[in-house]
Design a protein around this ligand. Structure first.
Ligand SMILES: *Cc1c(COP(=O)(O)O)cnc(C)c1O
Length: 348
């Protein structure tokens, strides 16, 4: 089945007369004893499972939903032992970097940072306990050779983790390339409407999936009932949203390249995120404050286009000060360009 069809048919109740077409939001903490469902933190709910079935099918593994993208990342990282060697992509999500720094302080982890495009990743697969990749990376949008890294000889027990938030499983399926775990901030493109926080980890190995589920039950980073419902509803239009936003992103990247006020433009050729540079931080702040349709906001992946200067965030000192990350949404390209062009015109 094609992904466009799968996101529509997955996670629905059995089609019997009188059944609802959608898995309803069913608030439940506990169940009448006598079945496999005992307490929802441990044994899950039908609503979580409907969302997980959809995402697992898209990524080609078993999905475990968490309360946020960071909760999913934390559950994966919590498996690293004392003294572990963790290799992280240089411009990785700040929350992941913060967990890694805490691990250095309290668990004696050795954390190494490599640029996504660094040639050294494959060699680390035979040394490190975990490789943590984001491709495209955030916000420099560098690509890692995921196929090459996943195929490199690996020490037994070494896990390759890919944060697939930016690409989505429609553009990149890391488990097929040989990655062990994929993590998502479902908050972003999969949810798609900037109205929920949700995360997921997906693995092809059944034991890995069971372990992640057990960690969720143990630590209690459980997804919300409503959030899973909304994320599944959002995912039903992910292919349509992605097609529209990616088509606009390609054209906006070209037009930004040609704009006299704009320096370097980074766009990996796919996806909905563009990073472009203005002369300095003040110019970037003026542009972010001057748009009328495009929202000045952090985060990404919603139907609404948004942008922000990335170096405002702590820990982003390596990011060029005038770099703006633009998350392209589903508005008409003409309106987006008119808005951007007007906001940039004072800078030219
Ligand atoms: C937002 C984000 C996260 C964290 O997800 P939350 O849902 O905000 O907890 C992790 N990785 C990437 C790439 C993200 O963009």
């Amino acid at each position: 089945m094609k992904p466009e069809t799968w996101v529509i048919v997955a996670g629905r109740p059995e089609a019997v007369p009188g059944a609802t077409l959608n898995t309803p939001v069913m608030p439940a903490s506990t169940y009448v004893l006598g079945s496999e469902r005992i307490y929802s933190r441990n044994e899950s709910t039908e609503g979580w499972e409907a969302f997980e079935a959809m995402l697992g099918g898209l990524e080609g593994g078993g999905a475990v939903a968490f309360s946020s993208g960071m909760a999913a990342c934390a559950a994966v990282l919590s498996q690293l032992p004392t003294g572990a060697h963790l290799v992280l992509v240089e411009d990785c999500y700040q929350g992941v970097a913060a967990i890694a720094e805490a691990g250095e302080r309290t668990h004696g982890w050795r954390v190494e940072r490599l640029a996504a495009s660094d040639e050294g990743w494959s060699a680390r697969a035979s040394e490190a306990d975990m490789l943590w990749l984001e491709s495209p990376s955030n916000p420099l949008l560098e690509l890692a050779d995921l196929a090459g890294i996943c195929a490199a000889p690996r020490r037994s027990g070494t896990r390759v983790v890919v944060d697939n938030t930016f690409a989505t499983p429609l553009l990149q399926r890391p488990l097929e390339l040989g990655a062990d775990i994929v993590v998502h901030s479902v908050t972003k493109l999969i949810g798609g409407h900037s109205d929920l926080l949700l995360g997921a980890a997906v693995a092809s190995d059944r034991e890995e999936v069971a372990r992640l589920r057990a960690i969720r039950g143990r630590d209690g980073a459980t997804p919300g009932m409503l959030e899973c419902f909304l994320a599944l509803r959002g995912a039903r239009t992910l292919p349509l949203r992605l097609r529209q936003a990616q088509s606009s992103a390609r054209q906006l990247a070209e037009r930004l390249e040609a704009h006299p006020a704009v320096g370097r433009v980074r766009y990996p050729g796919f996806g909905t995120i563009i990073s472009f540079e203005l002369g300095d931080a003040a110019a970037a702040d003026r542009a972010c404050g001057a748009t009328r349709i495009i929202r000045h906001a952090t985060s990404l992946g919603g139907v609404e286009t948004s942008m922000e200067r990335r170096s405002v965030h702590p820990g982003q000192e390596h990011i060029p000060p005038g770099l703006i990350r633009l998350s392209v949404g589903c508005e008409h390209l003409d309106d987006l360009w008119r808005d951007l062009d007007a906001a940039l015109s004072d800078e030219a």
